[in-house]
Design a binder for this molecule. Structure first.
Ligand SMILES: [Zn+2]
Length: 187
């Protein structure tokens, strides 16, 4: 259990549940617990009045050991985290947590960069500051393999060389494109 992806908010020993439930009671309370790796002693009682569910609510939250679909590392979907998801944030009760906290963060960062990139791309002109962000987004997305069109990126790099030649990101983008082209030529 030492190689679990740590969660910044819920790491450490869980507070012991105030409930005394058997493993069977926890498993039987919600369909997803039947075959899951759960820690019954961590069960928390849910507030069903605020859960969003179609047919079956989730009467208890319980720490679950899971494997991240992205990085394949083990992580715990904490009972307290579930309470946050299904009671505070209003997520539908059957929405499952399939990524570790690090991959979820990365996914959100990818999304932010992509949204900003798309917005800037559609504009006729950008301020210096926006151009810097645009270059940053291009670098990030290119390194993530999300942008592959080298000639399109080349045009952005040229615009950046004109507008913000002194910006370190401009140089980085230029070098990245150079090496990508070199690799393209030799492979
Ligand atoms: Zn992960």
């Amino acid at each position: 259990m030492d190689d679990l992806v740590p969660h910044p908010r819920y790491r450490g020993k869980p507070p012991r549940s105030q409930l005394i439930l058997t493993e069977q009671e926890v498993r039987g309370s919600y369909w997803r617990y039947g075959s899951a790796h759960i820690f019954p002693q961590t069960a928390l009682r849910a507030d069903l009045s605020v859960q969003r569910y179609a047919v079956f609510p989730r009467p208890y939250y319980v720490d679950m050991l899971k494997t991240c679909v992205e990085c394949s590392r083990a992580f715990i979907f904490y009972a307290r985290e579930q309470r946050d998801w299904y009671e505070t944030r209003g997520f539908f009760i059957d929405v499952d947590c399939v990524r570790c906290v690090e991959c979820r963060r990365k996914q959100r960062a990818d999304k932010r960069h992509m949204e900003r990139y798309s917005e800037f791309q559609a504009r006729d002109s950008l301020s210096r500051k926006e151009m810097m962000h645009f270059v940053d987004d291009c670098i990030f997305l290119f390194q993530q393999g999300k942008l592959k069109n080298l000639s399109h990126l080349g045009r952005i790099k040229n615009a950046a060389l004109k507008q913000i030649p002194e910006y370190a990101g401009t140089k980085t983008l230029q070098l990245l494109l150079q090496s990508a082209r070199t690799i393209g030529e030799i492979s």
